[in-house]
Ligand binder design. Sequence first.
Ligand code: AMP
Ligand code: ZN
Length: 479
Amino acid sequence: MLLYNSLTRKRDEFIPREAGKVSMYTCGPTVYHYAHIGNLRTYTMEDVLEKYLRYIGNDVTRVMNITDVGHLSSDGDTGEDKMLKGARRENKTVLEIAKYYTDAFFADCEKLHIKLPDVIEPATNCIPEFIKMIETLLEKGYAYEAGGNIYFDTSKLDKYYVFNDFNEEDLAVGVRDSVEEDGNKKNKADFVLWFTKSKFEDQELKWDSPWGIGYPGWHIECSCIASKHLGEYLDIHCGGIDNAFPHHTNEIAQSEATYGHEWCNWWFHVHHLNTNSGKMSKSKGEFLTVSLLEEKGYDPLVYRFFCMQSHYRKNLVFSWENLDNAKIAYEKLVSRIADLNTAEGDIDEKAFAEGKKRFTDALDNDLNTSLAVTALYDVFKLKTNDKTKYELIKSFETVLDLGLLEAAEKINERKAKEAAEENAGVDPELLAYINEKIEARKAAKKAKNFAEADAIRDELLSKGITLLDTREGTKFTIA
Ligand code: AMP
Ligand code: ZN
């Protein structure tokens, strides 16, 4: 599979360290508010990546943190603690806020068919591990104490800014710290590993440490939680593009300084969901949630479909009009699947392989989900039986997970129920006979044997049964 790597800035064949086994890490949500549909775009695309890696035969172990401490509003070392902000907004404790929004995130994932990672670890579970890693960094000379806080010394690295060629000027903007200069830092790019003398007097969650009572910085949590469950090496690390700097850059600095070797080979970054006024963000306060989509009558899986229609490395602009178009396309697709006659025929291996190749070609090409959706439409054009088409879609759905088969089944159940209600008074034997004739006529029409189809209609007519072709299928009346 060819996959873009933000580290090398090119597409390369994705090869895990151990053939067939992938260790994958995902930056989890900061649980001070609902996840917005932008955050969920990132998790949706990561979910497709995980499912596709499994589809092509890998055993994937995926770990995700839950950020419930240490993430400041600047993404660096300044600004308000996001969790405190949430707690204050709702007059609750930080832990109450964390629990509520973690559960809300899980509920959103379920609605969007985002599989939860194998391991999910809240940052506040891992304080001893953070302290241990910071101690190692101090011992190795990569960290220093100043003004009560522990900082990472970026000047000790041969290489920093792996994702961006920052110069000093870019950095001033990049770290967004220029407003509040921290005089304790030896270098502008240094960042806090552990806060003890912070300006956040009302910090709610604090722990004892060798450096005094305090709390961890945001970046250390991902380095630690990843290695706690996946060891010293990672095959792939995922997140939204805004995490590339400073968060992921700092994760690399910490992990490689701790272990003394390269840490993660592959960085998968999903680009942003934007609105007309720019990036959707929680801190702006105006954002869309899955619940809001539902309130407005959209199935969350329509949003998943909307995400699939564009490439993860392009910004995606959200508008209600675009979502409406996705909804129409989704519903048409479902109804075409509902029309497939799955009862007949065996799987046509040749056609199956041909259809599957189009799908894997698309996803092997840097996870091109929009081409994968095209491959799904192409299934209907294949010269093969409905059974094969259905089985192909079923196979694609293990990756795309759009709920198409379930939605199609619901349509067929509804149709069957309606037909049963309409035909409630008809003698069961007669009904079985009519249905058999209707199916035979449908098959004849499909085979373009119109004479046969007409003959069946006339045979029924001679018995006083009139057929009526409707959008919901063929119905009948009895004279
Ligand atoms: P947060 O909860 O802010 O820590 O963000 C959770 C995930 O969503 C991270 O991987 C972010 O990089 C990502 N993210 C944030 N905003 C957006 C957006 N507008 N579009 C896509 N992903 C985003
Ligand atoms: Zn992270």
